[in-house]
Design a protein around this ligand. Structure first.
Ligand code: UD1
Length: 428
């Protein structure tokens, strides 16, 4: 397995192009299952999770055609055409689903279009139990009959799904996306209350509207969908990745450098930007991109609590914790979305960080300098927090299990090296 070696202590300076958002691209790709016509997605990131979703969709009969890079695009995103003339197989097999939880996103569209779907349960995940009970309960409310059999969700419906008033007891991003897609082909009106307000949900809704869906309340916690008999083709550009942008903003801050994040959308990053500014980082939304600088600044610890959007994203918690491990003073980081999302803490401590966990909070006391060490992480964002800590640490750090990073960060080493980082991928 590949690893990444970083020699730390160099302030990052330069420009980093931000890719299309992984968490928007995955549901957008699944949306092809709702229409017999071609869906063209632009600005798609080149990531392992995208390939996993492409393989899953191909197993359902989707024809995929990669059109290379779109000319003139700042971040060189890929263009993918997806056509589902017919769904040839309604079963999503375990060997594909187990690689990525977001595979559950095929359930709603296949059930809505074919009246039946059999999807392997995604199973446990390093960052918590992450069940899909809320997806299933909401589909049942729309008339689906659901049973669990041999590790698979078996869903059927007589005729079409029926519009319903759905109230999610807890905000769920992929749950909202699954039900939003299902509702576009349902009979009658569906109201989704306590819908996730993440920008990726709005991006999906806008694409579905371009495909002919009728949706009101995009970006709000109440989505109203009037079902159609069929959707048509469309072209849609994936929005920029706010978590990738946020991670590189922290890279600038933790190395006390200055970077411009080309194509980053500051409006989607307001909770993170607020925390960075409170910590002493300079952030300016400029014409050429989001400028983030900590050059010559003293960084102070700030208390942070993760919340559904527009609150502080759980997907940025690990990276910001690495920053505060090098800050002046203490900060308390509270994780409210996932029950087991502090796996980076023991590894950061091996690099000299002073962090104590109390239930779902971590007290981080900044140290003058982290030191390089061999480390590894068990999920995507935790791995990124170790990369960030390594960029600031004295000496050499080797981060094992790079496949986690390859799931979510496109051309990570190249983007960091272009800003002066001493980083190298060691191939096995
Ligand atoms: C999505 C993101 C992930 C991010 C997370 C929270 C994608 C592909 N992934 O994951 O990067 O960290 O949102 O912003 O977009 N829950 C249940 N039952 C359910 C569904 C969820 O109990 O049926 C719980 C989960 O265990 C978790 C919380 O609800 O504690 C939020 O999960 P959810 O928003 O569904 O996360 P994902 O959509 O899986």
């Amino acid at each position: 397995m590949d690893s990444i070696r970083i020699r730390g202590g160099i302030p990052l300076n330069g420009v980093i192009p931000i890719s299309g958002a992984k968490n928007a691209a995955l549901p957008l790709m699944a949306a092809t299952l709702l229409s017999a016509e071609t869906l063209t997605l632009r600005n798609l990131p080149h990531l392992v999770d995208i390939t996993t979703m492409a393989n899953l969709l191909a197993s359902h009969g989707v024809a995929l055609h990669m059109n290379g890079n779109a000319s003139g695009q700042a971040c060189g995103g890929r263009v993918l055409e997806l056509t589902t003339a017919a769904i040839t197989n309604t079963t999503a097999h375990y060997d594909l689903v187990r690689k990525m939880r977001a595979s559950i996103l095929v359930l709603g569209p296949i059930l809505a279009r074919e009246g039946k779907a059999r999807v392997s349960l995604p199973g446990g995940c390093a960052i918590g139990a992450r069940p899909v009970d809320l997806h299933l309960k909401a589909l049942e409310q729309m008339g689906a009959k659901i049973s669990i059999d041999g590790g698979y969700v078996d869903a059927t419906v007589d005729g079409r799904l029926k519009g319903a008033h759905l109230v999610f007891p807890q905000v769920t991003v992929t749950g909202t996306e699954n039900l939003l897609m299902a509702a576009t082909l349902a009979d009658g009106e569906t109201i989704i209350d306590n819908a996730a307000r993440e920008p990726e949900v709005a991006d999906l809704a806008n694409c579905l509207i371009a495909m002919g869906a009728e949706i009101e309340g995009v970006g709000s916690s109440r989505l109203v969908v009037r079902g159609k008999d069929a959707l048509h083709g469309a072209t849609h550009a994936v929005l920029p990745d706010r978590i990738e942008a946020g991670s590189y903003a922290v890279a600038a801050a933790i190395t006390r450098g200055s970077v411009t994040l080309q194509n980053a959308d500051a409006a989607q990053m307001s909770a993170l930007i607020k925390v960075l500014i409170a910590a002493g980082v300079e952030v300016e939304d400029r014409a050429e991109g989001l400028w983030v600088s900590a050059a010559g600044r003293t960084i102070k610890g700030v208390d942070v609590m993760t919340e559904p959007h527009p609150g502080f994203p759980t997907d940025m918690q690990a990276q910001v914790m690495a920053l505060f491990a090098t800050a002046e003073g203490a900060s308390m980081m509270t994780e409210t979305i996932f029950e087991n999302r502090f796996m980076h803490v023991p590894e950061l401590k091996r690099m000299g960080a002073d962090i104590n966990i109390h239930n779902n909070s971590a007290i981080v006391r900044g140290v003058a300098k982290l030191s390089g060490a061999p480390v590894m992480a068990t999920d995507l964002r935790a791995s990124m927090s170790l990369v960030l800590a390594a960029l600031a640490a004295a000496g050499e750090t080797t981060i094992a299990r790079v496949y986690h990073l390859d799931r979510g960060y496109e051309r990570l080493e190249q983007k960091l090296a272009a800003c002066g980082a001493d980083v190298e991928r060691l191939r096995d």
